[in-house]
Design a protein around this ligand. Structure first.
Ligand code: PLP
Length: 401
């Protein structure tokens, strides 16, 4: 395998040098002053990423742990929950709810499409008419398995309109920090993310923030919990600690990742991801590959595409790996049907152009008729167009002080 490897999966993402170095630092006492300072810095910075005045809690787990924390701290067995399910991760959120005894109604959406806010509203009204109004709605911000970003702001508006008392629990694991999301302004109640995504650090930490409404729900919630009891996390945070031994190395790395994020600034980060997404989509289409996601809702952190006729995933991944490119396969029902190109975190449009060059070469080896250079040129052109637009665009998102 050639070096450096192009790790083009939707997390874990490649690590910037300073982040890698930070992760190998000597340990400190996690109940001592160094860690207290670090935790304070990181959680304060994270509030800007979440766009919230609420506290952001850092828990040692993968992203799924944050989803579980969202559920078990705000809900009770028997609660009626609407799951807006547009793929594998929406399904996982619903499964967690069922595992703890919630009564889950699913609004399933065809793969590659986003949820239509009016369908969400209609489903909520139907649930209320059936005598089981939703206590919470589960929404995936960016569905990594299909490469679709839901219109979260509009979905949240619809929920507020049709079920004003329902909590909005958001899986933002693969979108937050790379695609604009406004926790407070959109009225989201629980928002979750994971360190190995746009934050450019290794897996091991998850972040979760709760609105005042969600904290009130915590007081009513009777689902069993211990490790993920967020009141324990909040109390520990007030002392500058975590309740259990945290993944200190990942916290060191996160501290460095945040420095890079703050130096670049969210408006530029969003524009960079938009340019990478545009480049990936244009490059794949120039190869004659069909994209899975509807163009209007295609994700800027991961692009999903149908495998070309006659090309097996096992063969594609093998020829790409031999050239140093690691792509992601399909998940769930899409296994063996699609492949995915990850572009989040520490990624540039040059990385995407290089990815397309390798892909062209790999597909040619598999016998596809490829016009040499066409895909890379299309990717570069799309990136340039996106960047032109970005310089004229007003920042979609002003970071708070
Ligand atoms: N939700 C989404 C949208 C994800 O992309 C992922 C991971 O890829 C998860 C949840 C689960 O995160 P983890 O694998 O860190 O548990």
């Amino acid at each position: 395998m050639s070096d450096p490897v192009q790790l083009r999966i939707p997390g874990p993402t490649p690590l910037p040098e300073t982040v890698r170095e930070a992760g190998s630092r000597q340990m400190v006492n996690h109940r001592g002053p160094e860690f207290k300072e670090l935790l304070g810095r990181v959680t304060t910075a994270m509030k800007k990423g979440f766009r919230t005045e609420s506290e952001v809690l850092i828990i040692t787990s993968s992203g799924t742990g944050a989803l579980e924390a969202a559920v078990v701290n705000t809900l009770s067995p028997g609660d009626s929950v609407l799951s807006v399910n547009i793929g594998v991760f929406g399904d996982r959120f619903a499964k967690i709810c069922r595992a703890y005894g919630a009564d889950v109604t699913t609004l399933a959406v065809e793969h590659g499409k986003a949820a239509d806010p009016s369908d969400v509203g209609a489903q909520l009204r139907e649930m209320a008419a059936d005598g089981k109004p939703a206590v919470a709605v589960l929404v995936t911000f960016n569905e990594t398995s299909t490469g679709v970003t839901n219109p979260l702001e509009e979905i949240a508006q619809q929920i507020h309109h049709d079920a004003p008392d329902a909590l909005i629990l958001v899986d933002a694991v693969s979108g937050l920090g790379a695609i604009p999301l406004e926790m407070d302004a959109w009225g989201l109640d629980v928002v979750t993310t994971g360190s190995q995504k746009s934050w450019m650090v290794p897996p091991g930490l998850a972040m979760v923030a709760l609105s005042p409404r969600a904290w009130a729900a915590v007081e009513r919630s009777t689902m069993p919990r211990f490790y993920f009891d967020l009141k324990l996390h909040r109390d520990a945070m007030a002392r500058g600690e975590t309740p259990w031994t945290p993944a200190i190395s990942v916290a060191f790395a996160l501290d460095e990742g945040i420095k890079l994020i703050e130096a670049e600034g969210y408006p530029r980060i969003f524009a960079r991801h938009a340019a990478c997404g545009a480049a990936a989509r244009a490059g794949l289409e120039a190869l004659g590959i069909r994209l899975l996601a509807d163009p209007d809702v295609a994700s800027n952190t991961v692009t999903s595409a149908w495998l070309p006729d006659g090309v097996e995933w096992s063969a594609l991944t093998k020829v790409c790996r031999a050239r140093g490119l690691v792509l992601a396969g399909g998940q769930g029902q899409l296994t063996g049907k699609i492949f995915r190109v990850g572009h989040l975190g520490s990624v540039t449009t040059d990385d995407i152009v290089r990815c397309m060059e390798i892909l062209e070469d790999a597909l040619a080896e598999l016998g596809l008729q490829i016009e040499p250079g066409a895909s890379a040129r299309a990717a570069a052109q799309a990136a340039a167009n996106a960047n032109d637009g970005a310089t004229e665009r007003k920042p979609v998102f002003a970071t708070t002080a």
